[in-house]
Design a protein around this ligand. Structure first.
Ligand code: AMP
Ligand code: GLY
Length: 427
């Protein structure tokens, strides 16, 4: 079969890599892809938001299955458009994608169905929002733009002044455009974060192995939030007891609640959780694989991903068994200095051709080929992904190639996985 993967980041490289291992797949296309994906797929320069362009490609090349990586085309309704044309596509419908596309929708949904999440208020004008902050007894607030903001629309404010500035940036200056027409202000939660991704076929839910992202740009969770600077799987904070609670109190009521509303959720449902003293609570829902979580999670998947995707589309997940490697995995992101702010592009990347062994794979994100050389072309550039007998070994394997893999002004966190090492007594 012929598969089209939409997107061009590290997550999409991981998807293409995993899909390429399926004996059913003869050819993979990727739009737009990157320099790493190019080694496994034919890259086509179509923007993921150019839904008509993607539809034409899928028809012209007689694509049997389209797999969507990023949220933006899902929220724009790519799945509805493809399905209407009789094409097979993996991901939630436009309506279902509202779980990520609108924080107001997701929060109201959670309130309605009793899904544990931080108490919140919704505002549609900055005056009311500011008044609420000024009059509040609290000093910390989490301010969230309603719509998509490339992972940057959330401000965890530790003073009223910071919260007021966030309201003014999002609602008055409109730094995220129309995403700031409404905001959610919620209570700050404390604990360790875990990402739980699950395959959902409308009814049956099969959670994947747990993972933990590292959102802040600097070591010790300092600095602004990024799309994610690294991840590992599994997350030791995620115990069997917590897993049971997440299934019963979060994933099952969510999929059922959506069904009650006449919304069939098919695809990957990603619950971003805070493990608080009171139990797991939802920070956010995403409607796709996480990036970088997909890299370490798919690295551990021993089942044919195409079989799982087909089972989701055909509503045949019930009874399916997924097989995972027992070995922990980790992804360390190499980013351009300055990211998530301004950064330079076009730096030549060295050391990619070396052989780092079967336990390591270098997923590309912002890379491209210029004059026969692989150069940087984005904020997050590479995700060094590795496995080991234990997390310590996985981390040694990943960090071991950094230095050989390098580019000018490369920035990466040196403390990926430290929280887990501490829990495991390995630090
Ligand atoms: P979201 O896009 O809603 O997950 O927010 C992005 C990040 O902001 C999360 O991964 C957390 O690190 C942080 N965050 C969001 N909501 C809260 C909250 N209620 N309490 C503490 N941190 C939060
Ligand atoms: N790594 C966070 C996300 O994919 O949203």
């Amino acid at each position: 079969m012929k598969v089209l993967v939409v997107g061009g980041g590290g997550r999409e490289h991981a998807l293409v890599w995993k899909i390429s291992q399926s004996p059913k797949v003869k050819k993979i296309y990727c739009a737009p892809g990157n320099a790493g994906i190019e080694q496994l797929a034919e890259c086509v320069p179509i923007d993921p938001l150019d839904i008509n362009g993607l539809l034409s490609l899928a028809k012209k090349e007689e694509i049997d299955l389209t797999v969507v990586g990023p949220e933006a085309p899902l929220v724009e309704g790519i799945v509805d458009v493809f399905e209407k044309e009789g094409l097979r596509i993996f991901g939630p419908s436009k309506e279902a994608a509202m779980m990520e596309g609108s924080k107001v929708f997701a929060k109201n949904f959670m309130k309605e169905y009793g899904i544990p999440t931080a108490p919140f208020r919704v505002f549609d004008n900055s005056g009311d929002a500011k008044k609420y902050i000024q009059e509040s007894q609290d000093e910390t607030f989490v301010v969230k733009a309603d719509g998509l903001a490339a992972g940057k629309g959330v401000v965890v404010a530790s003073s009223k002044e910071e919260a007021l500035n966030a309201v003014s940036d999002i609602m008055e200056k409109r730094v995220f455009g129309t995403a700031g027409e409404k905001i959610v202000i919620e209570e700050r939660l404390y604990g360790e974060e875990v990402s739980i991704l699950a395959f959902v076929d409308g009814e049956t839910i099969i959670p994947m192995v747990s993972s933990q992202d590292h959102k802040a740009v600097f070591d010790g969770d300092k600095g602004p939030n990024t799309g994610g600077m690294g991840a590992y799987s599994p997350a030791p904070v995620y115990t069997d007891d917590i897993h049971k609670k997440v299934l019963e109190n979060i994933l099952e009521p969510t999929v059922k609640g959506l069904r009650d509303k006449g919304i069939e959720y098919k695809g990957v449902l990603y619950a971003g959780l805070m493990i608080t003293d009171e139990g797991p609570m939802v920070l956010e829902f995403n409607v796709r694989f996480g990036d970088p979580e997909a890299q370490p999670v798919l690295f551990r998947l021993n089942t044919d991903l195409v079989d799982v995707i087909n089972a989701v589309i055909d509503k045949k997940l019930n009874g399916m068994q997924l097989y995972w490697s027992e070995h922990p995995s980790v992804c360390v992101v190499l980013a351009s200095k300055g990211y998530p702010g301004k950064y330079e592009k076009g730096k030549e990347i060295m050391g990619l051709e070396d052989n780092y062994g079967d336990d390591v794979f270098i997923f590309h994100a912002g890379t491209k080929v210029t004059d026969g050389k692989i150069v940087t072309s984005g904020g997050r550039v590479l995700g060094i992904t590795a496995m080991g007998e234990n997390l310590r070994e996985a981390l040694d394997n990943a960090y071991g190639c950094i230095g050989k893999v390098r580019f000018e002004d490369m920035h990466y966190r040196r403390d990926i996985g430290e929280k887990a090492l501490r829990r495991l007594g390995l630090l």
